[in-house]
Design a binder for this molecule. Structure first.
Ligand SMILES: Nc1nc2c(ncn2[C@@H]2O[C@H](COP(=O)(O)OP(=O)(O)OP(=O)(O)O)[C@@H](O)[C@H]2O)c(=O)[nH]1
Ligand SMILES: [Mg+2]
Length: 278
C-alpha cells in the first residue's frame, strides 16, 4: 500500500480523522514535492470529503490540476517536426533526446539528432555514442562551435533529407544565468529561419524538489515551453514537482524517463501516474 493510502485509511478509520493523521497526510504531500499551494487544495478537498472517500477527494483535486493541453508531440503540418530539449544541468536532456529519437524511430519515423550542446566536447561525444547505438545520425559542429549555428545546420540538413523529426539537444544551463537563458532564445530563433520549432521540452529531474518550479518559470520566460519531460522517476522521488508545475503553469507533462536505457521512456499517462503518486 502506498504511503498516502495508509494515511487515508487511518483517517477513514477514525470518526473525524485525528489531527495527527491529517498532519501526516500534509507532510506526505509536501514530501512528494507537490508544493504548498497544491498541498493546501488537496488537504481541504480530503477534509471535506473525509466522511465518504478522502482518496477519491484527493484524486479529484489532482485530476483537476492536470493540464488539458494535448500530451502527444505536436506535428508540423508539413515537413520536419522540430523539438528543442532544454533544462538545467544534469537533468537528463541528452539521454531523453536520445531515448525520444529511439522511440520515434522505432515507430518508423525518420529522425535526426543535433548536438547543440557545444559547451563540452564530451557532450557531443555522449550524443554521438547514443546515435551509433540507435543507428540515428547526429549533426554536430566543430569544437566549441556556436550552438545556434549547429542547430541551424541541423535544421537545413533535416529539411534536405526529408526527415520527419529533428531533436536538438542543448547545453545544461542554470536558470539564474541570464546570458545562457538568452542564448536559448537565439537557438530557437535561428532554427526558425529554416523551419518552425513545434516543441520546446523542459527536462525536469524528479528528484529536484521545489526548485523545479522556479526553473520552469525562468525557462518559460526565455522560450515558450510546450511540454515537460520528467526524468529519474525510477528513483525514490515521487515526482510531484512535475504536477506542481502543470498545476501552476499549465504546461503538460509529455514523457517520463524511468531509467538509463534507450527504452526507459514512455508517454505520460496521467491516471497511472496519479495512482503511483498516491
Ligand atoms: N535513473 C535514471 N537516470 C537517468 C534518467 N535520465 C537520465 N539519467 C541519468 O542522468 C545522468 C545525466 O543525464 P544526461 O542526459 O547526461 O543529462 P543532461 O541534462 O544532458 O546533462 P548536461 O548536458 O550536463 O546538462 C546520466 O547518468 C543519465 O544516465 C532516468 O530517467 N533515470
Ligand atoms: Mg547533456
Amino acid at each position: 500500500m502506498g504511503l498516502f493510502s495508509k494515511i487515508i485509511s487511518k483517517i477513514k478509520g477514525t470518526p473525524d480523522g485525528s489531527s495527527a493523521d491529517w498532519s501526516d497526510l500534509e507532510v506526505a504531500l509536501i514530501d512528494a514535492d507537490l508544493g504548498p499551494e497544491l498541498t493546501q487544495q488537496i488537504m481541504s478537498a480530503a477534509r471535506s470529503a473525509k466522511a465518504d472517500d478522502p482518496h477519491e477527494g484527493i484524486l479529484q483535486v489532482l485530476r483537476a490540476s492536470l493540464s488539458t493541453k494535448p500530451r502527444t508531440i505536436v506535428r508540423a503540418h508539413q515537413g520536419v517536426t522540430t523539438l528543442l530539449v532544454v533544462g538545467v544541468n544534469g537533468t537528463g536532456k541528452t539521454t531523453s533526446a536520445a531515448k525520444l529519437a529511439g522511440l520515434l524511430s522505432s515507430e518508423d519515423s525518420r529522425v535526426l539528432l543535433a548536438a547543440a550542446d557545444t559547451f563540452r566536447a564530451a557532450a557531443v561525444d555522449q550524443l554521438r555514442t547514443w546515435g551509433e547505438r540507435l543507428d540515428i545520425d547526429v549533426v554536430h559542429g566543430a569544437d566549441s562551435a556556436d550552438p545556434a549555428s549547429v542547430a541551424f545546420d541541423a535544421a537545413q540538413q533535416a529539411n534536405a533529407r526529408a526527415m520527419d523529426y529533428l531533436i536538438i539537444d542543448t547545453a545544461g544551463r542554470l536558470h539564474t544565468k541570464n546570458d545562457l537563458m538568452a542564448e536559448l532564445g537565439k537557438v530557437k530563433r535561428v532554427v526558425e529561419k529554416v523551419s518552425p520549432v513545434q516543441e520546446v521540452l523542459l527536462v525536469i529531474d524528479a528528484t529536484t524538489g521545489q526548485n523545479g518550479l522556479l526553473q520552469a518559470k525562468v525557462f518559460a520566460e526565455a522560450v515558450e515551453l510546450t511540454g515537460i519531460i520528467v526524468t529519474k522517476l525510477d528513483g525514490s522521488a515521487k515526482g510531484g514537482i512535475a504536477l506542481a508545475i502543470e498545476h501552476s503553469m499549465g504546461i503538460p507533462i509529455k514523457f517520463v524517463g524511468t531509467g538509463e536505457s534507450a527504452t526507459d521512456i514512455a508517454a505520460f499517462e496521467p491516471d497511472s501516474y496519479l495512482q503511483g503518486l498516491l
